[in-house]
Design a protein around this ligand. Structure first.
Ligand code: ZN
Length: 302
């Protein structure tokens, strides 16, 4: 469930069989959203000639904190306050409903596609930075559903600008799409001949493209980006000792240059017994959340 659209996916035999996109009706504090999803589900089941009783469960990825026992502690973008999704199964034809935070859902989806790795983390580099962590096969949700908020790891004590969360020096301020542009605006003054001077509105893609072409300013920005992200990965490594960290989100479209940038500094920051991390690119794009919801239903009902 996103702030603009809901993607409703139907999984059959562990494969994504059908996807439908419906608008998210945020009016009236989002009170119609679940009804709209239930209607879409009903239509899909009719089309696929599947009885509701044959459905194992309904997984829902939400843009807000969700605890491991299914308490949804508010979704600002949807207009929702605290909700008990567990009590809502009658809306979904008496099938069990399993809510997840959206970044955690994407984490489980990527974990599943990476061969069910039991100790891993996922970092999504988009407009913001988010992610999730799986340790000993369990998704870590935390006391108030806030575990995995990787974007707000403090990585810089000298920052003067404020993060969207109200703190200064968060990972998101350097490694999100807007963070990379912020770094670019800082370094562009030191490099007169950079290709970035020929760009009207700099994007993260311009910076990574420039770095691939050998532009010194872009290489410097990517170097700083990698340093901060490596520090964030080292925190994750010490907290949960993952075998693998998967990198996804819009910024990751730049490709393996991201992993090279992290690996340049990761071993310097990581605690040695936890430093044997494999970095991989995400495979599922914006379908990761749907896969994660399906995996979660599977793991809760098997
Ligand atoms: Zn922050």
């Amino acid at each position: 469930v996103g702030g603009t659209f809901v993607k409703v996916g139907f999984f059959k035999d562990e494969k994504l069989d059908y996807v439908e996109q419906i608008p998210t009706r945020t009016e009236d504090n989002g009170k119609w959203i679940l009804d709209d999803i239930a209607d879409a589900m009903k239509n899909i089941l009719q089309m696929k000639q599947v009885n509701p009783e044959e459905v194992s469960g309904v997984g829902i990825g939400l843009p807000g904190p969700v605890t491991s026992d299914g308490r949804v502690l508010g979704c600002v973008n949807l207009g929702w306050g605290i909700m008990d999704m567990g009590a809502l199964s009658e809306k979904f034809y008496d099938r069990p409903v399993y809510p997840l935070n959206d970044a955690n859902a994407a984490t489980l989806g990527e974990m599943w596609q990476a061969g069910d790795c039991k100790n891993m983390a996922f970092i999504t580099l988009g407009t913001g930075v988010g992610g999730g962590m799986v340790a000993d096969g369990r998704l870590i949700c935390g006391a108030t559903g806030g575990a995995g908020e990787i974007g707000h790891f403090p990585v810089e004590s000298q920052e003067t600008d404020m993060c969207s969360c109200g703190k200064r020096g968060c990972l998101e301020q350097y490694c999100s799409a807007t963070g990379v542009v912020r770094l670019a605006k800082k370094y562009i003054q030191e490099y007169e001949n950079t290709v970035l001077n020929n760009v009207a509105e700099i994007s993260a893609k311009d910076v990574f493209d420039g770095a691939k072409a050998g532009d010194e300013c872009c290489l410097k920005i990517v170097d700083r980006f990698g340093d901060y992200l490596a520090k964030g990965c080292a925190y994750i490594a010490s907290a949960t000792n993952p075998e693998m960290i998967i990198i996804g989100g819009g910024v990751s479209k730049a490709g393996t240059i991201i992993i090279e940038a992290i690996e340049k500094y990761f071993k310097d920051y990581a605690f040695k017994p936890c430093a044997g991390v494999k970095f991989e690119m995400a495979k599922l794009g914006n379908e990761a959340g749907m896969y994660g919801c399906a995996y979660y239903v599977k793991s809760m009902t098997e």
